[in-house]
Write a protein that binds this ligand. Sequence first.
Ligand code: HEM
Length: 385
Amino acid sequence: MDASFRARALAYLRFDGDDEAALVRLQPAFARNEERLLDDFYGRVLNDADARAVLRDERMVDSLRESLRHWARSLLEPPYDDAYVQKRARIGQRHVQVGLPQRFMPLAMNAMRIHLHRVAIEVEGADHDRLLRAIGAIDKLLDFELTVMLETYAADWGARLVRTERLATIGQLAAGVSHELKNPIGVVNTSLLLLKQRLPQDVSVAIQKPVERITRAARHAADLCTQLLEFARTKEPRLQRVALEELFADAIAHVDRPETVTIVTSIEPKEASAVLDAADISRALTNLLRNAVTAIIDTERAGTIRLHAESTDELVVFTIADDGPGIPLELQTQIFEPLFTTRSNGVGLGLALCRDIATAHGGSIDVHSDPGHGATFTLRLPQRA
Ligand code: HEM
């Protein structure tokens, strides 16, 4: 947002010192009504399925309430200078990050407007001129807030679209190349197998070592191709009713783990089943489980992974919790991005694929981790009949 944006927007709205003074007079009554404003805001968010879906966990519900409290407290506190706008600019960006649809900003601002008008009537109700001045100032300020919010939302959304389009193009190209590479990698693997069979038992380390290295590299290349192809393949979920227990059993069967890693499963209610794409959800659970196993192996200690599924009237929720090293805070928002990996031999598509699968089911995935105390991934899917 360029530096003159604030001045031009306020000039357009004809926002002046009298408006500032009118807003400052509302401060005490506004502060007295703060909880009512927050309750009203929350009531509306929780009553709307799309808005509520943005709030992925309890932490976010609390954090939004506090963010909104800060926002409200600084609202009637001029000056509305560049520093003020800088803080406001983050709101739109944060809303893009959490995936809040754009329409909720004007809709929610309307609730703020009605609330502030009520406050103005309480303070200036006896004097029509002052009441009109206060209502005009409120409308100008909230329209200014909305303009900043939508402007930064649009800028970030645009950048995200460009990234997504570029990724889609790269994805198609990568999928094409992966497809072509599958054959030569297959030839390498078969030839390696033949070579190993024909090597004498007492082959020297000088030969054994490079053969092992080629085997590992070929396996990594094959994994990369499979993951890229899976990631590029967009398809509608094939829904069918599946016992949650089967999904866990399938995922566990697909993951190699040393004896030092224990897996504990629980399902609530025990016999629960759900309508979903079994192959996709099992793939997502496998990826999450594999990451958890690797995280524990990294600690060089024994560890436990808790797989839990819960079926309610509205949601099927899977949690995969490990007691590994956890995920640093600054990485928690990036780990679901395609090609993001912290491992030298990682591909960076496993969690991106999990997110795609969750989204295709109309659900979501997120992570909660206190670094040093493990990580918990939560996959939430809407319940279908
Ligand atoms: C007038 C409307 C709104 C205002 C003024 C507003 C304000 C804010 C502010 C100040 C933040 C913190 C930004 C930062 O990180 O610095 C935030 C974040 C967030 N907002 Fe909004 N918001 C509005 C509407 C909504 C609605 C309708 C939802 C629906 C769920 C929502 C969901 C969120 C979420 C999930 C976050 C991230 C949690 C957090 O960082 O607190 N917002 N918003």
